[in-house]
Design a protein around this ligand. Structure first.
Ligand code: GLA
Length: 337
């Protein structure tokens, strides 16, 4: 049997560095993604890639995911280890998604591999959690659930309000006449070796003092004794509030206010969470000054990669646009015989 699995990348409109403390986010799937095409049946997984060197060549039982070479094959190995497929897959990986730009190319790869290996999509949350565990095994980075859940639970034309504590997904229609823009700052990033793990640890220290950040208010954050941890807490508490403020603004068609909240989110990620870069700041600034753009901010983990903007469908943009459009649907699988 030949299978073709496709999984989209994602971009987050607002609500970053909130998922790993059970907070809120507002991502969407984009029209760029990863395709895995191959034949099922052997007892090996053998996947070549059009974008990356080397081949992922694995037995169906993988014990040490972190030791697999080449490094990108660890994402495949993590999925194989977590899924325990009955039979193998031999084929190729193609991607229209730029790699290492903060658009969840790793989550898209994990999900596409899982679907091609026969994973069930009957329970998108369970599969998202399986792929999140695969990512942890592949990278050692304690990333949250936003990326994999977005790839699997995406709804065409809608943003997804993710509650990362209850793990519920609430679609919110994107107002008509509006588009989401992803623009590239030109700097590659990887969470391995970034301060991502440090931020997760800092949030754990804040929670030891304040209790769950999801239950804390911005006023509570001001009580944190350590000045660095106080700023981290300020970001998370205000960011959770901004997600619901953006949901309300979009619900009432107030695009200007939604855009202003995105700009406030960028400032918070830059000043309080310290995950921006000069290139991201400059691109956000340029987009903010463009007619027809409602708001712009860094998106995803930061430390480089892309920015997101919300704009009028007629806006003319003079920035390196990677993708522009309306939210797409979730990952899919096709079987051919
Ligand atoms: C990365 C992680 C996500 C999330 C974002 C920041 O994309 O994989 O889980 O934490 O960073 O919001």
């Amino acid at each position: 049997m030949t299978v073709t699995a496709w999984a989209p990348g994602r971009v987050n409109l607002v609500g970053d560095h909130t998922d790993y403390t059970g907070g809120l986010a507002l991502p969407l799937a984009i029209g760029l993604g990863v395709e895995v095409r191959g034949d099922r049946g052997s007892d090996w997984v053998m996947l070549g890639s059009s974008a990356m060197e080397g081949v992922a060549e694995l037995p169906l039982v993988v014990s040490d995911v972190g030791a697999v070479e080449p490094a990108w094959a660890r994402y495949v190995a993590g999925v194989v280890a977590e899924l325990g497929p009955d039979d193998g897959l031999s084929g190729t990986i193609d991607s229209t998604l730029p790699l290492g730009r903060g658009l969840s190319s790793s989550a898209a790869l994990e999900v596409a591999v899982a679907l091609a290996l026969g994973a069930s999509v009957a329970n998108p949350l369970a599969l998202a959690q399986l792929c999140q565990r695969a990512e942890h095994r592949a990278t050692g980075v304690p990333s949250g659930i936003m990326d994999q859940l977005t790839v699997l639970a995406a709804v065409e034309d809608s943003l997804l309000r993710l509650d990362c504590r209850s793990l519920s997904v609430t679609p919110l229609a994107l107002p008509a006449g509006v588009e989401v823009v992803v623009a590239d700052s030109g700097t590659e990033r990887t969470l391995v070796g970034s301060a991502y793990g440090e931020r997760v640890a800092e949030c754990a220290r804040v929670e030891a003092e304040l209790g769950p950040l999801r239950d804390a208010t911005p006023q509570d954050a001001e009580r944190v004794a350590d000045p660095v941890l106080r700023r981290r807490a300020r970001h998370v508490t205000t960011e959770n509030a901004r997600v619901d403020a953006v949901v309300a603004a979009l619900g009432s068609g107030d695009l200007r206010h939604a855009g202003a909240l995105m700009v406030a989110s960028h400032a918070s990620l830059r000043d309080d969470y310290e995950v921006s870069t000069p290139a991201l700041d400059a691109l956000v600034q340029e987009l903010r000054g463009t007619p027809g753009v409602y708001g712009s901010r860094l998106t995803g983990a930061g430390f480089g990669g892309c920015v997101v903007a919300l704009c009028d469908a007629s806006a003319a943009l003079d920035v390196p646009v990677v993708w522009r459009g309306r939210p797409t649907g979730p990952a899919t699988l096709r079987r051919h015989t």
